[in-house]
Design a protein around this ligand. Structure first.
Ligand SMILES: [Zn+2]
Length: 99
């Protein structure tokens, strides 16, 4: 049991659609505004808008969707870390850095 377990998993088709939607959202004014501070959502470091990437809070692989509430700007370090850590390790990492 973890915090993601209540999300229904997406089919491959749905994941493809959500990825496409994320790509489209990257070109919106909403996303540019979100990145304009240049600050990573997770570690809070200033890295500059050009170094921020779009990240899904709840990953697509876990049933997350490309909706505004689930998309945050993340620096490359955090993005890489998130990919390699287990969900619980990742949770520990962001909580440690924010406290
Ligand atoms: Zn970061």
């Amino acid at each position: 049991m973890n915090e993601f377990s209540f999300f229904p998993l997406l089919s491959e088709d749905e994941i493809r659609r959500e990825k496409q939607r994320a790509r489209e959202l990257r070109h919106t004014r909403w996303w540019r505004k979100k990145c304009s501070s240049g600050v990573c959502h997770y570690c809070g470091r200033f890295v500059g808008p050009q170094n921020l990437t779009m990240d899904h809070l709840v990953p697509l692989a876990r049933g997350g969707r490309s909706v505004k509430g689930n998309l945050v700007p993340a620096c490359k370090d955090c993005n890489n870390r998130k990919k390699t850590l287990l969900p619980q390790e990742w949770k520990d990492y962001i909580e440690r850095d924010l406290n």
